[in-house]
Design a protein around this ligand. Sequence first.
Ligand code: GLA
Length: 369
Amino acid sequence: MTIRGLAVMLLSMAMAADAGAAVTKAAFGKMPDGTAVDIYTLKSDALEVKVMTYGARIVAINTADKNGKVADVVLGYDKLSDYLADKKTYFGSIVGRYGNRIAHGEFKLDGKTYDVPKNDGGINSLHGGTVGFDQHVWTGKEVPGGVEMTLVSKDGDQGFPGTLTAHVRYTVHGRTLRIDYSESTDKDTVVNLTNHTYFNLGGVGSGTILDEEITINADRFTPTDKGLIPTGELAPVAGTPMDFRNATVIGKRIHADYEPLKLAGGYDHNWVLNGADGQLKLAAKVHDLKSGRVMTVQTTEPGVQFYTGNFLDGTFKSASGWPYAKNTALCLETQHFPDSPNHPSFPSTELKPGQTRHSTTTFTFTTQK
Ligand code: GLA
């Protein structure tokens, strides 16, 4: 075969592999006011991802282990009413308009002070306020290999300035789930969207994530006060239990006598990713040694919040009755740093009219024997 023939063959193989997942849509339930909630299933040979319009949430990710046994690797429910009853966990949702915390629910923009809800212990603002993007029904539209979710958040929604239009596109390509975000506004505002999926690569019901190994591509993290607000420092991870530059079992140091871990009751911190902001780079890799499942997370965002489900307390349960208890899942929320509007030295979360903010995060599921 000629070089050109080989090139054409490889290209067509790559395109076939990226032919896009099959997409189907079904009804998932109705909101108390009668608004219909839909669920989309994106299916490739290796992955089946379910995403619903309430909160633009990932409801399930089914993928095989090293022996070919398929399991759902994300925490969630099988009924809309269970999602509506749970205002605490943010399972699978897009959090916004500002993911993670804003100190004292207050920030200044263009010289004006804005107040947003202090829905985190009455002290700070968390995940966009009392009624964040996780509690809205988004508009779903089928796109090749996936679904695009759209939400228009009105000027003044939860105290944030500007009408914000957010598009979050979920597509499946072979073993990869890709999330593309884009946001625009009609007034100066701040925005920090992320996806808040809880992963347990052993499968829902398999135990805690403390035996899983994680690698985080970061030399530094953002230490916090006791309310989990960054102090502003970018501290080196070297020599601390925050150093995941080499694959390390999560439970190995989680109970270490180390102030940041004690303040958060485990890992619940933002790591400063190595590599250029705006370019797709490795954020983290998780390996469940028992099932052999591996998840690789890449992002264009500058940070990732690694959260070990410290606030899960067993109140909420899976469809099969398994209690979602402490450390039964982990989150890798790719994002700008918490409380950026109050830290001019952090990468900016400001958005102006005429600009569109884009970001991409990918989750790739493979296995390792
Ligand atoms: C994020 C936060 C945590 C917690 C969870 C939701 O991960 O950093 O502190 O609020 O969301 O319970």
